[in-house]
Design a protein around this ligand. Structure first.
Ligand code: FAD
Length: 435
C-alpha cells in the first residue's frame, strides 16, 4: 500500500484524529484541504478500520463492508466516480429458498409483498414515539404474510441490522436510508484505503488517554504524547462506552460529560460476520450478486450473497445473537457448513471450502460490526454529535442518524466533524461550520 506514515507521531498539530477508518480519513482530508495541520492516530498497522479488502482465490474479497448503501447520498460513490472505478447495481430483492428448492413464482411474489408490508409497518411505527421495537411490525402482518414471518424477521433483523428486531427501535430502523445500493470494482475496503493515500497517519499507535483539562487536548499514545488544539474521535462507540483500561481502552480526563456517556451506553453493538465460501459444485449456481434468503428459525439462520462480483465465491453472513452464541470464527464457519449440509445434503457440501471467517466482534479495535439504537435510544446518535468542551468531536457510523451502520454514514460524519472543528478553531460560535 502506498501511504504516508508518520512515526513517531509529531508532538503537536492543529487537529488530532483518533482512528483511520472511513470517518477519520475523510475528516483528515477535509481539514488538510482547509490548511490545518492534522495527524491521524491509528492503533492498527493499516488504515480502513472495518473496511478491508483482501485477495482470496484470486478475487477481491471484502472482509468487512461490501455494499455502497444509499448510493445517491454516499460520498464514497462520488469518490469512486472521481477515481474512475466501475460501480455495479447491487441486488434489491433476495431470492427465497425453501428447504432445498427455490420458491416458485407465486411464493416469491407473496414473499416480496410481505417484505414490503414489514417495511411499511416499521416506517409507520417508527414515525411515532420512539419506544416500540421494530419487531412490533411483525404483529401487524396480514394472513398472507404470516407464512414468511420467520424469514422476514431474520432478513430484516440479523441479516440486515445485525440484531434481532426485538433489540432495535422501530425509530432507528425507520430512520435508516434504504435506497439504491451499489458495489465497487476492486472492493469497498480497497476504495477506502486508497482515499487515505498521502495522509499523515501514525500507524500501530494506540491512543490510551485524553487529557482535556487545559486549553489544548493532550493525546497520550503508546508512542508518546501529542498536543492538539482540537480532537476528532472516530473510535467505535462500544469501545468508548466500555472504557476498560485493562483492555487498553481510552480514558478521558476529565471524564466525558454525563449526556455523552449516557448516549454512548444507550447504543448497542450489532453483530455481523462473513464466512467466505468457495463452493464450485454447490447448488447455488445463481446469477452474479444474488442475495439468498432461506426459510428457517429467525435466530439461527444465515443469509448469502452468491457469486459476488460474478466470481465463484459466496458470502455467507451471520448476524445478531447467533454470532455471540457460536462464539468464534471457527464455530461460525462450522455452523455455515452444517446448516448448508442439512439443507442440501452432505454430498452437496463435500467441496465447500471456507476461505475466511471474520471476527469483528472479537476484535478489540472494532468490538462490533456497527451500532443499533434500542427502543427509546435513537436520539442518542444526535447527542453524540454535540461538541464537547469546545474542542472534542465524536464522529463515525454511530453518530449518523440516517446512515448509521454504514461507511457512507461514517464518511458524512467525518466531514461534518471536520467542518465543525474548523469552525471552532476559526473562533466561530458552536454549531456554525466552515464549508
Ligand atoms: C462484517 C461487516 C460487514 C459490513 N457491511 C457493510 C456494508 O456492506 N456496507 C456498509 O456501508 N457498511 C458495512 N459495515 C459497517 C461499516 O464497516 C462501518 O460502519 C464503518 O466501517 C465504520 O467506519 P468508522 O470510521 O466509523 O469506524 P472504523 O472503521 O471502525 O474506524 C475506527 C478506527 O479506530 C481505530 N481505533 C480503535 N481504537 C483506537 C485507539 N485506542 N487508538 C487509535 N485508533 C483506534 C480502529 O482500529 C479503526 O481503524 C459492515 C461491517 C462489518 C463488520
Amino acid at each position: 500500500m502506498r501511504r504516508a506514515r508518520v512515526a513517531p507521531p509529531p508532538r503537536a498539530a492543529d487537529v488530532a484524529i483518533l482512528g483511520a477508518g472511513a470517518a477519520g480519513i475523510t475528516a483528515a482530508r477535509r481539514l488538510l484541504a482547509l490548511g490545518l495541520s492534522v495527524v491521524l492516530i491509528e492503533a492498527r498497522d493499516r488504515v480502513g478500520g472495518r473496511a478491508l479488502t483482501a485477495r482470496l482465490a484470486g478475487q477481491a474479497v471484502d472482509l468487512g463492508a461490501h455494499w455502497l448503501h444509499a448510493a445517491d447520498d454516499n460520498g464514497l460513490v462520488r469518490e469512486a466516480r472521481r477515481l474512475g472505478l466501475p460501480l455495479f447495481d447491487a441486488p434489491q430483492e433476495p431470492r427465497l429458498i425453501l428447504g432445498a428448492r427455490g420458491a416458485d413464482a407465486l411464493e416469491t411474489r407473496a414473499f416480496h409483498e410481505a417484505w414490503a408490508e414489514v417495511d411499511d409497518a416499521i416506517a409507520e411505527i417508527g414515525a411515532g414515539r420512539d419506544l416500540a421495537p421494530a419487531s412490533a411490525a411483525l404483529d401487524r402482518l396480514g394472513p398472507r404474510a404470516q407464512p414468511w414471518r420467520a424469514v422476514l424477521a431474520f432478513a430484516h433483523g440479523p441479516f440486515a441490522c445485525g440484531a434481532s428486531l426485538d433489540a432495535i427501535g422501530a425509530a432507528d430502523f425507520a430512520a435508516a436510508r434504504d435506497d439504491l445500493d451499489l458495489f465497487v470494482a476492486g472492493g469497498y475496503g480497497a476504495l477506502v484505503a486508497r482515499l487515505a493515500d498521502g495522509l499523515p497517519v501514525a500507524l500501530a499507535t494506540r491512543a490510551t488517554r485524553i487529557d482535556w483539562s487545559g486549553r489544548e487536548v493532550r493525546v497520550e499514545t503508546d508512542s508518546g504524547t501529542l498536543a492538539a488544539r482540537a480532537l476528532v474521535v472516530t473510535v467505535p462507540v462500544p469501545i468508548l462506552a466500555r472504557g476498560d483500561t485493562a483492555r487498553g481502552d481510552i480514558v478521558f480526563d476529565p471524564p466525558l460529560p454525563a449526556p455523552t456517556r449516557d448516549a454512548l451506553a444507550a447504543l448497542r453493538p450489532a453483530s455481523y460476520e462473513h464466512v467466505v465460501l468457495a463452493w464450485p459444485g454447490g447448488p447455488l449456481r445463481e446469477a452474479a450478486n444474488t442475495t439468498v434468503a432461506f426459510d428457517g428459525d429467525a435466530e439461527a439462520n444465515l443469509g448469502l450473497l452468491a457469486n459476488f462480483d460474478g466470481g465463484v465465491l459466496h458470502y455467507a453472513d451471520l448476524g445478531g445473537a447467533l454470532v455471540g452464541r457460536l462464539g468464534s470464527p471457527q464455530a461460525r464457519a462450522g455452523f455455515v457448513r452444517e446448516s448448508l449440509g442439512a439443507r442440501f445434503g452432505r454430498d452437496a457440501v463435500a467441496d465447500l471450502r471456507v476461505l475466511h471467517a471474520s471476527g469483528w466482534g472479537e476484535d478489540p479495535l472494532s468490538a462490533c460490526a456497527w451500532t443499533i439504537a434500542p427502543p427509546g435510544a435513537h436520539g442518542a446518535r444526535a447527542v453524540l454529535r454535540d461538541p464537547i468542551g469546545g474542542r472534542i468531536l465524536l464522529a463515525g457510523e454511530a453518530t449518523s442518524s440516517t446512515l448509521w451502520g454504514t461507511i457512507g454514514g461514517a464518511w458524512a460524519e467525518g466531514e461534518r466533524a471536520a467542518r465543525e472543528v474548523a469552525g471552532m478553531l476559526a473562533g466561530m460560535p458552536a454549531g456554525e461550520t466552515v464549508c
